[in-house]
Design a protein around this ligand. Structure first.
Ligand code: CU
Length: 327
């Protein structure tokens, strides 16, 4: 049995843990802050009431007769048993409703992003004011700090759930429906999100990152992402591009500016600029790109990308160098 101070420390662990990259307890956006506030009020209030009830039960059970007589007064039963719950629950109802209207009354979103749940990754499209697609990417959303984005949540085959705990609540992506979520970050940072509705074999490997940056950095990112892919700069990258175009990669992947225009898999036009590969499964570098190409079915069994194990080491280095250069 661990000692009492250790138990207390263990209980505080989730609150003090430094890993804030995916945490409801470290809100960095308006909605997340509201949800955290409501949760704390309910949690602390519920805890206090529970404590008082246990105390009264203890008195009723163990105190000597004259010291517990007051518990049977009619006023205590009516007050504690009827009036108190009615007042507390009504107050909470008004409080949660009023936070809801705060959330409803906000200025229009600065940007619109369409997020589609795929098996098992996130298709991300930035839209202009008219709803036209500005650019397509995957598994990574960039946001300007302090500006809100309207996220249109869609799905093609099964239900997923979009959850970036530091920034907002959880909302489902349902085939045939469009759900709308407000996303806003109040501080720069990288926040991890995770599919929160079981969606098949690789549900656990369906994460994404939201990267919040100062508006000028965001504008620069947007402009860079809208440009077509970089052209190969050396022999290795040239080899990689040729192999990419000759090996049906383009049947599933788009690289804007080349003949590759597939739609089944993630857009790879700027894959080298992303933090992770395969929806948060691997960090992104030439080594993991090569590993993914030969071993996608070992890394993420059942994924819609077949493993390509026909390449020589040199060819794999070429493919990885080419894809990593697509910044
Ligand atoms: Cu999912």
């Amino acid at each position: 049995m661990p000692s009492r101070p250790i138990l207390i420390l263990l209980a505080l662990l989730p609150v003090t843990a430094p890993g804030q990259v995916q945490s409801v307890l470290h809100p960095k956006g308006e909605d997340a802050a509201l949800i955290a506030e409501i949760s704390w009020i309910l949690f602390i209030g519920g805890g206090l009431i529970f404590f008082v009830v246990i105390l009264l039960a203890g008195i009723a059970l163990f105190a000597p007769q004259p010291r517990r007589e007051w518990l049977s007064h009619r006023s205590l039963i009516i007050g504690g048993g009827i009036a108190f719950p009615v007042v507390v629950l009504s107050a909470l109802l008004v409080y949660t409703f009023s936070s809801d209207t705060v959330a409803g009354k906000r200025e229009p979103a600065a940007i619109r992003i369409e997020v589609t749940g795929e098996l098992w990754w996130w298709r991300v499209r930035y839209l202009d004011a008219a709803g036209k697609v500005l650019l397509e990417s995957a598994n990574e959303i960039h946001l300007p700090v302090g500006k809100s984005a309207e996220v249109l949540l869609k799905s093609t085959e099964v239900i997923h759930s979009f959850w970036v705990p530091n920034l907002a609540g959880k909302l489902d992506l349902i085939p045939g429906r469009v759900n709308r979520l407000r996303l806003q970050a109040d501080a720069p940072g990288s926040f991890r999100g995770q599919c929160a509705e079981y969606c098949g074999a690789q549900h656990a490997k369906m994460a994404l990152y939201v990267i919040a940056e100062e508006p000028p950095a965001f504008e620069a990112w947007l402009a860079a992402q809208m440009r077509p892919a970089a052209t190969p700069r050396d022999d290795l990258q040239h080899l990689g591009q040729r192999l990419f175009l000759d090996n049906r990669c383009g049947q599933c992947h788009t690289v804007r500016g080349t003949a590759a225009a597939g739609k089944l898999g993630p857009d790879l036009t700027h894959v080298g600029s992303r933090a992770s590969l395969a929806a948060g499964t691997l960090p992104n570098n030439p080594g993991t790109i090569a590993g993914w190409i030969t071993g996608s079915q070992q890394i993420k069994p059942g994924s819609r990308m077949p493993s390509f194990n026909q390449f020589s080491g040199h060819e794999l280095r070429g493919l990885a160098a080419y894809l990593a250069s697509l910044q």
